[in-house]
Write a protein that binds this ligand. Sequence first.
Ligand code: SF4
Ligand code: F3S
Ligand code: FES
Length: 254
Amino acid sequence: MSSYTAAFRVWRGDADGGALEDFRVEVNEGEVVLDIIHRLQATQASDLAVRWNCKAGKCGSCSAEINGRPRLLCMTRMSVFSREETITVTPLRAFPVVRDLVTDVSFNYAKAQEVPAFVPPPGVAAGDYRMQQIDVERPQEFRKCIECFLCQDTCHVVRDHEENKASFAGPRFLMRIAELDMHPLDAAAGAGVDRKKTAQDEHGLGYCNITKCCTEVCPENIKITDNALIPLKERAADRKYDPLVWLGDKIFRR
Ligand code: SF4
Ligand code: F3S
Ligand code: FES
């Protein structure tokens, strides 16, 4: 078992501003970045704020940026860095800072609320829903999401453009819409909710230019772009160019 001393640079501050602070800290074999943040709290910076819960990559709480890349602190092994390099840990850039490494991610909860919930099929009692595995295989992948919001943080549509936040749901919630649109029992259409149309008109699907940065940072390895966003775009385009839909829209608008 070999230990060494690493150079860490951690952002300290709050909504009024802050700065990077340098530390030298012990690292032991097998540790992850969250272990080092905890050691800093225990030995040098007892008031260092960090959000975490499971330390197992499952709660989605410990999201931050390590050397500028959105990552889970608890799933980033120290062994991926060289012993000589300085490791910089900063809060998620797309969301307002609360303190140190903790950000206010309520943007995401607001976006979640804007997506109409699953609409149960009429005439089927709860508990009597039946689906074939083949029909749920595609949306099932999206259920692995741990809501870490790393994809939301990295997407350039909002990362550098605060003004886009009002009209863009972000990859996580566009994926949610795709999931519901692919759900074999979702009866939203019968309840007057056209998920493909609202994805375009209300949730900013058109802002996504499939850069795939969201997919690259997803700790659950969900193929957000290829399996959710591109199919949703294709379904929305099919809808737009469907002559019956076009005629319906014309009649409805009159
Ligand atoms: Fe995190 Fe992936 Fe879910 Fe995005 S899709 S919130 S990156 S788990
Ligand atoms: Fe953003 Fe992902 Fe699209 S990063 S642009 S939502 S492919
Ligand atoms: Fe739960 Fe990192 S502490 S995902």
